[in-house]
Design a protein around this ligand. Sequence first.
Ligand SMILES: C[S@@+](CC[C@H](N)C(=O)[O-])C[C@H]1O[C@@H](n2cnc3c(N)ncnc32)[C@H](O)[C@@H]1O
Length: 354
Amino acid sequence: MAGSTFTLIEAIERQADSCAHIGSPLYAGLLTGLAGDYLSGGLTAELLEGVSDQPVHDAVPLRYLATAHRLALAGNAPDLAALYPSCGGSWHGGDLTDVFLSAVAVHRGEFVRGLQRNVQTNEVGRAAVLAAGFSTIADRTGLPLRTLELGGSAGLLSHWDRFGFSTGESSTGDPGSPLQFGPEWYERPAPHLHAAIRVVERASVDVTPIDVSTDEGRLSMLSFVWPDQLERFQRLDHAIAIARATDLTVAEADAGDWLGEQLTRPSDDGVATVVFHSIVWQYLPAATKDAVRSALSAAGERATGSAPLHWLRMEPATKEHADLRLTTWAGERDPVEQLLAHVGYHGAGVRWVG
Ligand SMILES: C[S@@+](CC[C@H](N)C(=O)[O-])C[C@H]1O[C@@H](n2cnc3c(N)ncnc32)[C@H](O)[C@@H]1O
């Protein structure tokens, strides 16, 4: 059956399955209860019916859950917050459906609005593999970096060097950062992390950026994480705090147009430019992909050994893992492409092959 022809109940059941498989028993159980409410014509049916004719593609069940999570995080659904670990509550496996539906009944208008909001995440764990990719570039060039991020969402991964990383054998980033990625992120043999990488310029773009400097943006971003995935939630919270202490604003534009403009200005001599992205390529329209490729190849022709251009990307390879790839233009005739690592979709289990 094609994705666009799934019914709402199938969307809810598929989401419950997927939450059960990828580590959210709380949402798996809750969605099962909400499927029952939907089938009996309850509030879930009243609110979700008609929101989208592609309920799987538009992640309608997750929009519903995120709206409740946002209310709980903001202190407006205290009974739910008392059960959500992300809000300081605790959950012992009981059925949450009635508590959830009580919040829906009280905040119906907020749910109607929340169901129109796209689910948008920014997966901070991907920094572990990206830091290893940036290390490879720093090892090879010895140059400071200008980083240009495509599809940055809230731009949190553009702050990767403000997080700390250690494989146990080498480390990079900020050892004093509240956000640390330890050896458990890297399989053996681990990549070499370059100790002293300097980012001299950074910029990020997204077609619909989330501005985490506002309370609204912060809450929105946090609400899309599942409440019982506490470590992921805390990583995101730390990254948001780090981003809020800086003045990086994610530009609102199409990645292709933006990159074309950014790369018309060549990097200073003695600076390596790195265009990077993670789990973005599949979302770009064909014209944007073409624009990105042609901006890279035009800038690549001007690149030199002392002002090289790099394209670092973590993008899907199989159902289980993504690949980190690096293409380099450094003044030779042809760019050089290399597979650096396999990695889980949320950034865990970096398997270095570079
Ligand atoms: C799955 S998210 C990944 C976000 C982030 N890179 C990460 O790894 O967490 C994909 C992002 O691509 C952005 N996007 C989609 N089409 C785009 C376009 N044409 N130009 C810029 N960004 C786009 C979306 O808005 C979304 O934030």
